[in-house]
Design a protein around this ligand. Structure first.
Ligand SMILES: [Zn+2]
Ligand SMILES: [Zn+2]
Length: 192
């Protein structure tokens, strides 16, 4: 097996007779597009405009332990099952799978930003930015896994101010104790 075949798109290409290069490109496009979708959902729909997402996301700002969007998981995966069930490994379905993997990566990184005691340097910057969003400037630093779209749409403070804001939240300790996912899992266990 070639190293390239170890990717999800490679697996799909091999098992569904879709050209692998195309699958890989479409999957990557979906994955990268997640960052824009994340900005749209979190920035525009939760903070800058009053949509149905705003009250749902406000729960996380009141209680950062509620870090996982658990209720979105099942419908998101159901859409993937439907797309692959109906269309097979069509480019649209593969694109959606890329988006979904972006969403999964966001969930993990958002959890780590709030809870992890040790972070890689790039994650530390993401953590600083996200805590600036939580604690200092709720309508700024709206991207979680990247600051790219904040720069594009002008929702990032200018560099000296951003650096000062980041420094002001750097000593905030990570959360300890169960996240909403841990609470959800232990409620499942105790109900049996
Ligand atoms: Zn927010
Ligand atoms: Zn957060």
């Amino acid at each position: 097996m070639q190293p390239d075949d170890l990717t999800i798109a490679g697996y799909i290409g091999e098992h569904y007779n879709s050209p692998m290069g195309l699958s890989a490109a479409v999957f990557t496009a979906g994955l990268l597009s997640w960052t824009l979708l994340e900005y749209v959902i979190h920035g525009w729909m939760a903070h800058l405009h009053d949509t149905f997402v705003a009250p749902i996301h406000a729960v996380h700002h009141r209680d950062p332990y509620a870090v996982f969007a658990i209720k979105a998981w099942l419908p998101s995966m159901a859409v993937a099952a439907l797309l692959f069930g109906v269309f097979g490994a069509a480019p649209g379905a593969i694109f959606y799978l890329g988006l979904l993997c972006g969403f999964a990566a966001y969930e993990v990184e958002h959890y780590r930003i709030h809870f992890a005691a040790r972070l890689a340097p790039v994650e530390r910057r993401l953590r600083d930015r996200h805590l600036v969003h939580h604690l200092r400037r709720p309508t700024m630093c709206l991207g979680v896994v990247t600051g790219f779209w904040d720069k594009v749409f002008g929702t990032e403070p200018l560099r000296p101010e951003l650096d000062a804001l980041c420094a002001s939240v750097r000593d905030v300790p990570p959360l300890s104790g169960p996240s909403n996912l841990h609470q959800f899992l232990s409620s499942l266990r105790s109900s049996h």
